[in-house]
Design a protein around this ligand. Structure first.
Ligand code: FE
Ligand code: FE
Ligand code: ZN
Length: 278
């Protein structure tokens, strides 16, 4: 079974997202836990969540991959931005427990001139401050394209963060195909080599989810511009290999391509029809 979906608007609640996913042919999805620009989140409605969980079960949904707001920067050079991020993370961890056992993906952050080492220190410090033994959510570090002072475009940086986190069993990694490519990892010509490197440096068991995107740019561009599947420099064939790869094929794949609903439904169908059943 290929688990594939896309980003869905979350403003109408969980059941609406579940129905939206089903309508697109998706069996997992991503959503922003709050307005992507940040700020306070709406209260979660228990009966909405219950209805959603029923629907998700009857449609055999895979694990969801929630996305933290883009404004969350746990290694900003500005203390109040770091605290704002910490508070959103803590609140999101509580909210995620309404749907137990899902993934919560976030961008490690941009160090804005403070340097990679201090940035990594600050990210890990906040995770250690917020994560609890009791939580059922797995928090995923997203691998980044390396735009500006972004941390996490190198496997070594993801590893350095994980090394400093105490509750490692609550942590994982989400790799984004556009980000990998633009960070300089050649997933088109050497997918096995990239995954072996990830395994050697981070450990493949940490890889929990994938973002499936084509890229508007050539390899190592560090610009982070997503493209429609098959319209970019990664191409359809390489992305089909990725969803079928033995180490990846069971992970949830989230499309973050510049699409409307019809485009997403078509990309989901394209990937499902090119998924090899074992
Ligand atoms: Fe992201
Ligand atoms: Fe992504
Ligand atoms: Zn991106």
């Amino acid at each position: 079974m290929l688990y594939i979906g896309c980003h869905l608007p979350s403003s109408k609640g969980y059941l609406a997202m579940g129905r939206h996913a089903v309508a697109l042919g998706a069996n997992t999805f991503a959503f922003f836990t709050r307005n992507p620009r940040g700020g306070s989140a709406k209260k979660i409605n228990t009966s909405d969540v219950e209805a959603f969980l029923k629907l998700a079960e009857s449609h055999n949904f895979g694990t969801l991959v929630a996305h933290a707001p883009y404004t969350m920067n746990l290694c900003s050079n500005n203390l109040s931005i770091r605290e704002f991020g910490r508070n959103m993370l803590a609140d999101d961890m509580k909210r995620m427990e309404m749907t137990p056992g899902q993934y919560y993906n976030f961008h490690p952050g941009s160090h804005v001139g403070q340097g990679v080492d201090l940035g990594i220190e600050q990210i890990a410090e906040t995770l250690n401050n917020v994560l609890t033994k009791e939580q059922s959510t797995t928090v995923l570090l997203e691998g980044m394209a390396g735009k500006g002072s972004e941390i996490g475009s190198k496997f070594e940086e993801l590893k350095a963060i994980l090394d400093k986190v105490e509750l490692k069993e609550k942590m994982g990694v989400c790799l984004d195909t556009c980000h990998l490519w633009e960070a300089g990892y050649d997933i088109v010509n050497d997918l096995n080599g990239v995954l072996e490197e990830f395994d050697r440096i981070v450990g493949i068991k940490y890889l929990k989810a994938m973002h499936l995107n084509d890229s508007k740019n050539p390899i190592a561009a560090h610009k982070d511009r997503h493209e429609l599947i098959g319209e970019g420099h990664i191409g359809k064939e390489a992305l089909i290999k990725i969803i079928n790869h033995p180490e990846l094929r069971k992970l949830p794949f989230i499309l973050e391509t510049p699409n409307d609903d019809e485009g997403y439904a078509n990309e989901i169908k394209l990937m499902q029809s090119n998924y090899t059943k074992w």
